[in-house]
Ligand binder design. Sequence first.
Ligand SMILES: NC(=O)c1ccc[n+]([C@@H]2O[C@H](COP(=O)([O-])OP(=O)(O)OC[C@H]3O[C@@H](n4cnc5c(N)ncnc54)[C@H](OP(=O)(O)O)[C@@H]3O)[C@@H](O)[C@H]2O)c1
Length: 287
Amino acid sequence: MALIQNWLPPSRENWELIVWGFQFFPLFTATQWFVSYYPQGKTSVESRFNLPGKWAWATMEAPGFITLLYVMYTLPKQQGIESLPWANWTMAALFTIHYIYRALLAPLVLNPSMSPIHITVWASALIWQITNGLSLGGWLGGYGPTTVYDWAGRLYMIEVGLVIWGWGLLGNMYHDDDLREIRRAAGWRQKKEAEKTGKPVQSVDKVYMLPKNGLFHFILYPHYLCEWIEWTGFWMIGGWGCVPARSFVLNEIATMLPRAVQGRKWYVDKFGKDKVGNRKAVIPGLL
Ligand SMILES: NC(=O)c1ccc[n+]([C@@H]2O[C@H](COP(=O)([O-])OP(=O)(O)OC[C@H]3O[C@@H](n4cnc5c(N)ncnc54)[C@H](OP(=O)(O)O)[C@@H]3O)[C@@H](O)[C@H]2O)c1
């Protein structure tokens, strides 16, 4: 059943248009290099157009994997494809695993607190997620490889890609958790203090410290770097010619790289040059 005729799932013509257009996304994010206004996370602002961080994050990120799965379940029927190859489902599973963690578990279960997210950031991320879900979902659901023969001779690359994807995801989760630990520890300290003084427990919203473990020793955004590594492994599984997987990782880098560089400046302003030291933003020793 098509939810929106020719768009959900997309017709081949519309899918090709989406994939073509999505390649130019970095042109839009180029503005992030010149404009520091980004009303989310560390740089959130007070506004009546803010949404609560945890729910905003979940609702802007989850539509990506839901779109991808919906397209993969509906498009093959429309295309007269009986069943998709196992490698298509493997890629869909990797995408879904990541986003169950990123869109649901991280904000709604694991993160002690999240800053409010402005509705403009929420809407942009939502559009990005749906576009990415359509782009990848169309490729996996019938417009890319449709038989095991299309994957023939690619087992080695798939295996290496899987290993890279797995290490990337673990690195991303590890460094995310190092940030969470800062607020968990602050929460325990504040609870103890409140018990001692009898005053109410303070919230851990907007408590920031310099993270130090793992790759935080060298860079301030290792969780970003690990995520790029993860999706490079995913691209490798799809093959270097897989434009939707390539756009996915390049578009992530295009939006997250300026954010990390500005984030380093934010750390220097907050904690001082001496405390930040030689740590780079996101590429050890370089940037
Ligand atoms: N931002 C993007 O465009 C983007 C795109 C794709 C994937 N991702 C992935 O999504 C995850 C989160 O991204 P993000 O941009 O929100 O990362 P982030 O700015 O580093 O924030 C991650 C979480 O840690 C908290 N936090 C950040 N720095 C902290 C510090 N120094 N001390 C204590 N707590 C700190 C944040 O709280 P506050 O919310 O209160 O600041 C937030 O809950 C990352 O793993 C990233 O790879 C992000």
